[in-house]
Design a protein around this ligand. Structure first.
Ligand code: GLU
Length: 429
């Protein structure tokens, strides 16, 4: 029997995998030539430090027992504890969570937060379960991953289909199991429980701030600029409102229920109310319904993907006529689409920079929890804006210096920081 070569990847890290993990590996390939001597350590980035799969058995309201599959992946902790959200979605897989955890490592380092990267998820559609069932699923999942999370080990937060209530249950479960109220174990909590003002809006606000910076770079005025958005959840909805309030025209929104369009600009406040009442954008008054293919092909200054991974891919990239793409979602653009858009002159502000506002205010929340001293919303928004602007400026300077995309610029900045920590810490034991 031939020996398994020491440098070969474990089978679950198949480099030919085409999903989000494959996308992430390709992004690492693209940054490697710019890492100099640190490229000796690049293999670290291609393997998550720790991946946990847990069974989540729960009694449903009808008395039957259901089993769900849960994950928590800690991709890298060289610069600090693992940090990243928990996602509830019927399509969640281990390799998707691995990619999301890796993007958290890159994101935290790109904006220079003292965190590593982690992510979690449970494979189920919360829309099909009652509030009580979701609470029981959350609590059992938290207990199962309780062996690896903690305020100095790995700090979960909200992500797709999770929110402040989910974080309150996680914080309570962890605290009851450990015998001490530990607010710092999760971020994105309700404000009454040690959460931070401004956290709910933080990701969308960060998208807005870097969107304004990128527009200024390209000589585009926000006042009157056209914006189209895929996703109208916490990120897309907040970004839509902030651009609308700044005088931009949000001309189309695409969500899981359909695409709505109004060439004169949608009434974002009315659309928000419609989504609250009907669960999606479809059927909103004073809008016309358009096909997804027509949504992507709209002529616009800004395009904000704020839904799931790989939405901009080889099948629609060539039709996109946006001047700037601001990635509110994690991993919305495949490497092929990156190349097509770049060749067509579209500027892409990458996820690891554009949506870092959420984890930045999570960091503020964690700091406030430890000092038990809480900041005002003005103070939080001010610090958030300053950090996002500084990160945008330094990433775009690195991109210009090396004549690479902002994504590769962000990866150069982040991976250098991660691997410098890796090297100076050394291998132990
Ligand atoms: N889920 C968010 C993200 O993807 C926030 C993570 C956090 O605050 O830890 O960036």
């Amino acid at each position: 029997m031939s020996e398994h070569p020491a440098h070969a990847l474990p089978s679950y890290l198949d480099p030919h995998e085409l999903g989000p993990w494959g996308v992430y590996l390709e992004q690492v390939e693209r940054v490697t030539p710019y890492l100099g001597k640190l490229s000796k350590w690049v293999e670290t980035l291609k393997r998550p430090k720790r991946s946990l799969i847990v069974d989540v058995p729960v009694e449903l309201d009808n008395g039957t027992i259901a089993h769900f599959e849960g994950y928590r992946v800690q991709h890298n902790t060289s610069r600090g504890p693992g940090k990243g959200g928990v996602r509830y979605h019927q399509d969640v897989t281990l390799s998707e969570v691995m990619a999301l955890a890796a993007w958290m490592s890159v994101k935290s380092a790109a904006v220079n937060l003292p965190f590593g990267g982690a992510k979690g998820g449970i494979r189920f559609d919360p829309r099909n379960y009652s509030k009580g069932e979701i609470e029981r699923i959350t609590r059992r999942y938290t207990s199962e991953i309780g062996v690896i999370i903690g305020p100095h080990k790995d700090i979960p937060a909200p992500d797709v289909n999770t929110n402040a209530q989910t974080m309150a249950w996680m914080m309570d479960t962890y605290s009851m199991n450990n015998g001490t109220t530990t607010t710092g174990v999760v971020t994105g909590k309700p404000v009454s429980l040690g959460g931070s003002l401004g956290r709910v809006e933080a990701t969308g606000r960060g998208v807005f701030v870097v969107g304004c910076e990128a527009a200024r770079d390209q000589g585009i005025a926000i006042e009157g600029a056209r914006v189209i958005i895929q996703g109208f959840g916490n990120v897309g909805g907040t970004a839509a409102r902030l651009f609308y309030e700044a005088g931009a025209k949000v001309i189309a929104v695409h969500d899981h229920t359909g695409c709505v369009h109004n060439a004169n600009g949608l009434d974002v406040l009315a659309l928000t109310k419609h989504v609250e009442e009907h669960g999606g954008v479809a059927g909103c008054p004073n809008t016309e319904s358009i096909a997804p293919a027509d949504f992507w092909a709209l002529e616009t200054e800004l395009l904000i993907p704020a839904a799931l991974e790989s939405q901009i891919n080889a099948s629609n990239a060539n039709s996109i006529r946006a001047k700037i793409v601001i990635e509110g979602a994690n991993g919305p653009t495949t490497p092929e689409a990156d190349d097509i858009l770049t060749a067509n002159g579209t500027l892409i502000v990458p996820d690891v920079l554009a949506n870092a506002g959420g984890v930045t205010v999570s960091y503020f929340e964690w700091v406030q929890d430890f000092s038990s001293f809480y900041w005002t919303e003005t103070e939080i928004n001010h610090r958030l804006e300053a950090m996002m602007r500084a990160a945008y400026t330094s990433v775009s300077a690195v991109a210009k210096e090396h004549q690479v995309t902002q994504r590769t610029g962000a990866f150069i900045t982040a991976c250098t920081r991660i691997l410098e920590s890796r090297e100076v810490r050394g291998l132990y034991p």
